[in-house]
Design a protein around this ligand. Structure first.
Ligand SMILES: Nc1ncnc2c1ncn2[C@@H]1O[C@H](COP(=O)(O)OP(=O)(O)OP(=O)(O)O)[C@@H](O)[C@H]1O
Ligand SMILES: [Mg+2]
Length: 233
């Protein structure tokens, strides 16, 4: 579904990605893990059109994404649930959800809203509350639901568990598993390697802008390098 090949990218004079290659197959959950500053979010910015790559290719369902503007990438079926949630704080929960559907041309918004309220009952209770006043965990649920409102084929998550209590992290993990079970393909970036590898069909380990290890989630969970550096064993 998604094929990233030999991707180079950076900011100004700084190079961040040095030839990253990976792929995501239809229906999979693929996780990218690695230390702070390794280039995971930079990779996601290239895929979603927020940062032009320097070289390499990004192909989604056979279409080259490198030259497409962000809104057209969304139209191809890719939506990102960004790092730090970034809900529209001065808008209600309901308005945030509707914003998630704004790139769609079909008119089944009402159906999708009820589906999201079913999946996230807390959002129904708080539909008219300003998003900025939700708790961190509630904001994460809203960010996830907003992303799903565009009916993506591929949904990209950047650190959905960041700053959340362990119980809520577990809830986020269960939510991602349900999203996958509904048939949405997932690309997940996570500091929480245990959660990311537990969910992953396939995973890649980043180190300083390169992929240094790949394998199934289970393989990486038991890999000595991963368990020492990221699982604290
Ligand atoms: N807008 C920017 N301008 C300049 N440098 C940037 C910018 N965004 C990121 N960087 C740098 O690029 C490098 C990779 O950052 P990136 O955000 O991709 O890391 P990451 O793997 O997502 O890390 P984390 O797990 O901490 O989110 C870092 O050294 C960072 O300082
Ligand atoms: Mg990041």
């Amino acid at each position: 579904m998604l094929r990233v090949k030999n991707l180079y990218a950076g900011y100004g004079k700084t190079d961040v990605l040095h030839g990253v290659s990976f792929e995501v197959k239809v229906g999979q959950c693929v996780s990218l893990i690695g230390a702070n500053g390794a280039g995971k979010s930079t990779t996601l910015k290239c895929i979603t059109g927020l940062l032009p790559s320097r070289s390499g290719s990004i192909e989604f369902e056979g279409v080259s994404l490198e030259r497409l503007p962000g809104h057209q990438i969304v139209r191809q079926g890719i939506t990102m649930c960004p790092e730090g949630r970034q809900v529209f704080g001065g808008m209600s929960v309901l308005e945030n959800l509707k914003m998630g559907a704004h790139t769609r041309r079909d008119a089944n918004e009402a159906d999708d809203l009820s589906e999201m309220f079913e999946m996230f009952p807390v959002l129904r209770q708080r539909a008219s509350q300003m998003a900025g006043t939700l708790s961190g965990g509630e904001q994460e649920m809203l960010a996830i639901a907003r992303a799903l409102m565009s009916r993506p084929k591929l949904c990209i998550f950047d650190e959905p568990s960041l700053g959340l209590a362990p119980k809520i992290v577990q809830e986020v993990g269960e939510t991602l598993a349900r999203i996958k079970a509904r048939g949405t393909t997932i690309l997940l970036v996570e500091q929480n390697a245990k959660m990311a590898l537990g969910l992953a069909d396939h995973a890649y380990l980043y180190e300083a802008g390169e992929i240094v290890l790949e394998g199934s989630g289970t393989e990486l969970l038991s890999h000595p390098e991963v368990s020492k550096a990221y699982l604290g064993h």
